[in-house]
Design a protein around this ligand. Structure first.
Ligand code: SDX
Length: 377
């Protein structure tokens, strides 16, 4: 008896296209497109809400549509009391990503549209999640700081409200500008692991909350969105600039991965890096940011000279977050607060594609092993 599948194993699904999508294209030559728009044409010219609208509705909004979408988002930036109470009761040492994963799943119990599964209710659900995921992140942080949970301000857009509800202070224009660019750059990225996890869940016709819970659990991993927190751990660990070469070479000599470097698809620079590096440079009037930027720049040159690999989105995103005053354990929750718009767009596209994502496997175990009853084992 032998395993009879004719399928070939492709480890890590490298180079395998699992489905077609119109939402984004990651070009290994170092280009990224959202619905056909080059990311370089969007960053700094659109708000994050415009990008979220583009991903969910497949086109950029006109002014009236954007205003309506913005007020729908801001009016959804409130959580059921049960969610706020549950966050307050979560174990004090639990990671914010674990609480976020838990509370998005919990949110599904209070969906005003219940179990109705239609294109219209899914778009409404998607819009609510785009608004509520950042609010869960802000609520976790404020609760942990023993600060009151804040209500959104109608005059603010989603990103401004996110910063305000997280920090408790009125966001400066420069900070809002940085967050809009950061969230635009993090919104979607083809079939990355967390998006694919969401699509696999949605492909069984399971609900959107289950799909997003799968995505959050997947993004948390340090090989994926969890890398940005690890980048900051590394930068904090290297205390003297002259140590950098020795520190990085030591990791590489031990066959360790340098967090924030390399990518499954890009063979050239990650197109998001130049924007994030530029945002960090603009924030270098802050002494700590200048110090971190100098370390990053040195690390970038050492890693490239040794491994010919480039920084990915997580490398300078870490310093961008730090410059906004976000503690490192909230870096990945901020990543999720933007990627939620890509995840829900892919979940809706998967519902429309209506095919079960179920690969084969190559069985390498034994056959017909003789059964031994318990008394003889
Ligand atoms: C994100 O997929 C996406 O689009 C993700 C993302 C998104 O927007 O959704 O872009 C966001 O997750 C970015 C990636 C964040 N993760 C990290 O920064 C963790 C460190 N990076 C690596 O673990 C790695 O680069 C991956 C996981 C990102 C990609 O891994 P692959 O494609 O499986 O590549 P590999 O591990 O097989 O490495 C190929 C070669 C190896 O060298 P050789 O053994 O062949 O000589 O490149 C080397 C690796 O050793 N390499 C690294 C490295 N990344 C690859 N060497 C040192 N440090 C690294 N970071």
């Amino acid at each position: 008896m032998t395993e009879n599948s004719t399928s070939k194993v492709v480890r890590g699904l490298k180079g395998v296209a699992a489905a077609e999508t119109r939402i984004s294209y990651v070009d290994f030559n170092g280009f990224l497109y959202y619905l056909g728009y080059n990311i370089d044409d969007l960053v700094g010219r659109v708000t994050y809400a415009e990008v979220a609208y583009l991903l969910v509705h497949k086109r950029l909004p006109n002014r009236q549509e954007l205003e309506r979408f913005k007020s729908e988002l801001v009016s959804s930036m409130r959580l059921p009391d049960q969610i706020v109470d549950s966050i307050a009761r979560s174990p004090i040492d639990s990671h914010p990503m674990d609480i976020l994963r838990t509370e998005v799943s919990h949110l599904g119990l209070y969906d005003p549209d219940g179990e109705v599964f239609s294109k219209e209710t899914n778009i409404r659900r998607a819009t609510r999640l785009i608004a509520q995921v950042p609010v869960i992140v802000a609520t976790i942080f404020r609760t942990r700081q023993n600060q009151p949970v804040l209500e959104p301000k109608d005059e603010f857009n989603l990103a401004q409200n996110f910063l305000y509800m997280f920090t408790g202070r009125m966001p400066e224009a420069a900070e809002s500008n940085v967050l809009h660019r950061y969230m635009t750059l993090h919104a979607d990225h083809g079939f990355n692991a967390s998006t694919f996890a969401a699509r696999v869940t949605a492909s069984t016709n399971s609900d959107m909350y289950s799909a997003i819970t799968s995505a959050i659990g997947t993004l948390k991993g340090p090989l994926h969105g969890g890398a940005s927190e690890k980048v900051m751990d590394m930068l904090d660990d290297i205390n003297l600039e002259q140590e950098i070469e020795e520190y990085i070479m030591g990791l590489l000599d031990d066959q360790k991965k340098i967090m924030g470097f390399g990518h499954r698809i890009y063979r050239a620079q990650d197109p998001r890096t130049k924007h994030l590096r530029g945002m960090v440079e603009d924030l270098c009037h802050r002494e700590r940011t200048m110090r971190l930027f100098k370390k990053c720049f040195q690390i970038e040159n050492i890693v490239y000279s040794r491994k010919k690999i480039y920084p990915n989105v997580d490398f300078y995103a870490a310093v961008t977050m730090d410059a906004l005053g976000v503690p490192k354990e909230y870096f990945t929750p901020f990543f999720a607060s933007s990627r939620i718009s890509g995840w829900v767009a892919h979940v809706i596209e998967q519902y429309e594609d209506a095919v079960l994502l179920r690969p084969e496997s190559k069985y390498v175990g034994g056959f017909n092993i003789p059964f031994v009853p318990m008394e003889n084992r």
